[in-house]
Design a binder for this molecule. Structure first.
Ligand code: UDP
Ligand code: MG
Length: 314
């Protein structure tokens, strides 16, 4: 039988906390007195995470485990969860319990009132470094200025969405998936649910600066080609100034005798334009790389095994 709720939990090297995550989620979902499934997507963890969850699968018929063949990333893990989810409402939540599962009944109530997407909005972020909070803020400002998308500020992947939203997002074929952007893009009736974001329960963040930057790049290139327009604009600007400068030089050559002194400015202009050209090539390269990725049409993730699907009890 189809469950009402599908809870998707991406996990990557979370052996310290998965048991606690399961206990808290289990308690909350049981209290809601409706059918549910807990889908853990193990994103190629190299620790005991998979074994711990596999044991849970054998004890609890509501638990599923999708094991990836290697580490594909947070977004592919969520994508897999959304494709495996069978529920009428799909919930995405991080394994580290920064987003408290206890607010899920309230979010579900909003869903029952007729909202198709209830996204968690952080009122306050506890225990995160100044740099993390600041960089996240910059990230949202940047995305909102670079893409036509109106991305709600201070919103992560923590959200509840209706079956039809999940289906709509699953239909989007792109390989670099910026899930919160895609959910925002498909539309439907969306609303915010404000909560306080807690500290990570244990373990360390699995999002080092490198992964954050790559996510930001995906977010921008997937939703806008403004950077390309920026490149064009810069190119035009440079051409314009070069042209003006050319006239100045010609004037100097013809009407004054100061022309040899131009070495510094020549080198300056050459360096500047070279830098600009390289930057623009880089931007174009980012897009070409992504086109290449789409053209190859490889799967977004590869599943090694899926546990908890053999005996469909409910
Ligand atoms: N995660 C994942 N694959 C990765 C990185 C992270 O599945 O390559 C999971 C991780 O286990 C956690 C969630 O994504 O459940 C969010 O990661 P984290 O809490 O480390 O990010 P932060 O909250 O620090 O941004
Ligand atoms: Mg976290």
């Amino acid at each position: 039988m189809k469950p009402i709720y599908s809870v998707i939990v991406p996990v990557y090297n979370e052996e310290d906390i998965v048991t606690e995550t399961y206990n808290r989620l289990n308690a909350v979902m049981e209290s809601m007195k409706e059918s549910y499934e807990l889908i853990f997507v193990n994103d190629g963890s190299r620790d005991e995470t998979a074994n711990i969850i596999a044991k849970l699968v054998s004890q609890d018929p509501c638990v599923r485990l999708i094991n990836f063949a290697r580490n594909f990333g947070h977004m592919p893990a969520i994508t897999a969860g959304m494709e495996y989810a069978k529920g009428d409402a799909i919930i995405i939540i991080d394994a580290d319990l920064q987003d408290p599962p206890e607010v899920l009944p309230d979010m579900a109530a909003l869903w029952k009132q007729g909202y198709d997407v209830v996204y968690g909005k952080r009122k306050e972020r506890k225990g995160e470094t100044f740099f993390k909070v600041w960089s996240a803020k910059m990230f949202y400002l940047f995305i909102n200025s670079m893409t036509p998308l109106e991305l709600p500020i201070n919103t992560g992947e923590f959200r509840l969405m209706d079956r039809k939203v999940c289906d709509a997002v699953n239909r989007l074929q792109e390989k670099h998936r910026y899930v919160r952007g895609m959910v925002s893009w498909v539309g439907f009736r969306q609303t915010a649910y404000e909560y306080v974001r807690e500290e990570r329960l244990a373990g360390v963040t699995k999002y080092p600066l490198r992964k954050m930057l790559s996510l930001a790049m995906d977010a921008i290139t997937a939703f806008s080609y403004k950077p390309l327009k920026l490149a064009t604009a810069l190119g035009f600007l440079m051409s314009f100034f070069s042209f003006v400068y050319l006239i100045v030089i010609l004037w100097q050559r013809l009407f004054t005798d100061t022309t040899v002194a131009g070495w510094a400015s020549t080198v300056g202009v050459v360096l500047l334009t070279q830098g600009m050209v390289l930057m623009i090539l880089g931007i174009i390269g980012e897009y070409i790389g992504r086109i290449f990725e789409e053209v190859k049409n490889r799967p977004i993730y590869i599943v090694r095994e899926a546990l908890g699907y053999d005996e469909e009890k409910s």
